[in-house]
Structures are given as C-alpha cells and as structure tokens.
Design a protein around this ligand. Structure first.
Ligand code: 3PG
Length: 404
C-alpha cells in the first residue's frame, strides 16, 4: 500500500495492538462509536491500518494511505500522524518516533538547495573539510543595529564562518531587521576585505504566516546571504515558504522542540523534525550538543546526525548544528564523535572570551583547524594564544553547573 508509515511508542492499559488500532481509527475513518454515515461505504482507501506491533517494546507501525493526505500540505500531515492521538484518554503516553514517506510524497518536495556541500562551497572549506564554526550574537536581545553590526565585525575579523541572530531576535523596535541586516552585511564585508574568506549571516525571518514571504524578500533585497527560521514555533510550512520562494541557504533553529521531544515516553521524537527539515529543504538544523548546556543523549544525537547526512531519497545532506553552551574546549569531543561535517556554534563561548569577541572567534576557528590537522586542542594551543586563553578559562569538555 502507498502510505505514510508512522512508528509509535505506546503506553496504555490496553495491549499495544488495540491501542494502535484506536489511534488508527481516530486519525482516519473511525471514532469512539459506530456511525451511520459509513454504512454501505467503502472507505478502505483512507483507512489507516496497523501493520506491525511489538508488545514487548511497546511499538507499533501504522500505515496511513496516501489518499488520506493532501500531499504537500505539511500542517495536514501533522494533524493526521501527530494529531488527536496525543490527547486520547485511553492512551497514557504515545510518542511519534519516526515517519516514512511514499514516493508520491517525496517527489513533491525539493530537499535542501545547498546542503553540506553547497554551504562548504560558499565558505570555501570543501578542500580542507574542516568543521564550521559559528556564533550567536549575544546578548540575544537588546543591542541596536549598530551595536549588533559592531559585534558581527569582531566575529568576522576573528574568522568565524557563520554569524546568526538568536531565536528570539526578529524585527523588534530596538533592532529592526531591515536596519540591522545591511549594517551587519557591511560589517562582514569590511572585516573580510583583506582576506579571502566568507562569512554567512543567518538573519532570523521568523514571523507569522501572513508575513514570512515578504520578510524573506526584504532580507534578500537587503543583501542577506542566509535566512534563519524557528521552525517549531513558525511551523514547517514557513520553512516550505522560504525554500520555495528564496534562493538563499536556510538555517533552521528548533526552539520549543523540548516541549515535544524531551519526554521519552510521549510527544514527537526529534527524528521526525530532522526528516521534515530535510524533506522540505533546510540546509542546517540544530540537533543538540554532546558537551553543552542543553539536555541531550549521545546515542540519540549521533542518530540525528545520521538522519541528516545518510543517503535518503537522493536529498542533499543537511549540515547538523551543535549549539548551546559550547566553547572552544568542547570542539575535540564534538568533532571526535560526530565527524568534520558539523557546525559548532558558540555564543557565550565566543563573546565571553577574556580578550573579547574577535579572540573568541579566533579561538573557535583555531580549535576547528586543530581538528582538521588531526592535532589535539592542547597541542595546537601552544601556538594559538586565543585558543590557549579559552582553554585556561573554560577548560576542556563540558562545563559542570552552567548558570552558577
Ligand atoms: C543557541 O541559539 O543555540 C543559543 O543561543 C546558544 O547560546 P550559547 O552558546 O551562549 O549557549
């Protein structure tokens, strides 16, 4: 059967099979009682079926026939596979673990326009293959456009590959996007005028459905070289609008994902958001850190990296982004376990460097270069004063007790 296949983890007083049947009914042609409107009708073409059940592990696969969907309508897809089922009182906990799409679905989407190779082409790191380093302008809110651009200038001068807005900075009165963007782009141009380097600035165009296309246009007209979207709060359709209407790479932030992904028994696994981002066409996606301030389990993060990078329906690989509480001393473990195709972002870990933002950016870059050379951080720091100072300040690896 041509179907969207959804794998769920289920906890209920019912057997898993029965519970999966209840979910399949609720999300397709059934309800809590027999209804007269189905008498004599063949609704097989839109009736979801339970295909596979593992009572021991509490897992079930439900196949939702392709005709149940308005193919290309991501909100409607989510209303089916991740809809009412979460609130059913007969189901104590249910987690959508993964999705598999039929070709009819896959062929409607474009996937990333740039992906890892496209972004590397732009930055110029295809040959050396080193990890990319980025920074989030800090403080996350409160700087005006001139102040934001001044921070960007320092970061670009220090050799950072990517500068991004934070997830809560959009188009507020204190820092309007159309004023901030040209100043930041100009600051980057000035900083890089004497070196053969390029820096991306991911400007956050997150806004309501009625405005996002226009906001992205304004960003493109004002010289943006990358767009950023908060995909969970704005919705996956907002990402589709950017992918289908703009020609720039797209940086995807996952703020609010924890509300859905964090409880291992309930909600939606990050795997699903990785697949949707790749299907629709994000070029970079935050998937967590091994050594940072946000909650995350190593095996899971490595699995998310592989969903973004492994062969999948011919779509370009998405650059995984590691962000949240990183500093130069985290780079060795992150890269050692996750490989070179990773964007390492540090906000506090750049702007909190004792010598300032430029030195912080340089320290991150030196750490990335050490990895490409196959040299340990401490060994490389002997000839890299900014890295050496960062390691003295924050040490190597995860910081215990963030925010103390
Ligand atoms: C993010 O967007 O991941 C955070 O703003 C990271 O900030 P930090 O590096 O200061 O934790």
């Amino acid at each position: 059967m041509d179907a969207v296949r959804a794998t769920y983890y289920i906890e209920s007083s019912f057997p898993v099979k029965r519970c999966a049947e209840i979910i399949a009914m609720e999300e397709s042609t059934g309800t809590w009682t027999e209804v007269h409107t189905t008498e004599g009708k063949d609704l097989d073409f839109v009736t979801a079926k339970v295909e596979d059940v593992d009572e021991i592990r509490g897992k079930a696969v439900i196949a939702y026939p392709v005709d149940l969907f308005e193919v290309r309508n991501i909100p409607q897809l989510l209303s089916v596979v991740a809809g009412n089922l979460f609130g059913l009182s007969d189901v104590a906990n249910v987690r959508l673990l993964d999705l598999e799409f039929p070709n009819e679905f896959i062929s409607q989407f474009r996937g990333p326009a740039f992906g890892i190779d496209g972004v590397r082409d732009y930055i110029g790191t295809k040959e050396d293959g080193r990890p990319h380093v980025g920074t989030i302008i800090k403080p996350k809110v409160g700087l005006n456009p001139e102040e934001t651009a001044a921070v960007a200038y320092e970061a670009a001068s220090g050799g950072i590959d990517l500068i991004k807005d934070d997830e809560t900075l959009c188009d507020q009165r204190f820092c309007p996007m159309a004023e901030r963007l040209p100043l930041v782009m100009d600051a980057i141009d000035r900083a890089l005028s004497e070196v053969e380097e390029r820096t991306l600035y991911a400007v956050n165009v997150t806004t309501g459905a009625d405005e996002i296309a226009e906001r992205a246009d304004i960003a493109e007209e004002n010289g943006a070289n990358m767009l950023m979207i908060d995909v969970i709060t704005a919705g996956f359709d907002a990402l589709k609008v950017l992918r289908e209407n703009c020609s720039l790479p797209i940086h995807v932030h996952r703020t609010m994902h924890g509300a859905l992904t964090r409880n291992p028994a309930h909600g939606i696994a990050m795997d699903v958001f990785c697949r949707l981002t790749r299907l629709i066409g994000g070029d970079q996606l935050h998937v967590g850190t091994l050594t940072g301030k946000m909650e995350g389990e190593e095996t899971n993060i490595l699995h998310l990296d592989s969903i973004l990078k492994e062969e999948w329906h011919g779509f370009k690989p998405v650059f995984p982004v590691s962000s949240g509480g990183l500093h130069p001393g985290c780079v060795e473990e992150e890269i050692g376990k996750r490989g070179m195709d990773l964007v390492l972002q540090a906000g506090g870990g750049v702007h909190g460097h004792p010598y300032g933002t430029k030195a912080g950016a340089r320290a991150m870059r030196q750490a990335a270069e050490a990895m490409a050379l196959g040299v340990g951080l401490e060994a490389h720091a002997a000839g890299a004063p900014e890295l050496s100072r960062a390691l003295e300040t924050w040490g190597i690896g995860k910081i215990e007790n963030y925010y103390r």
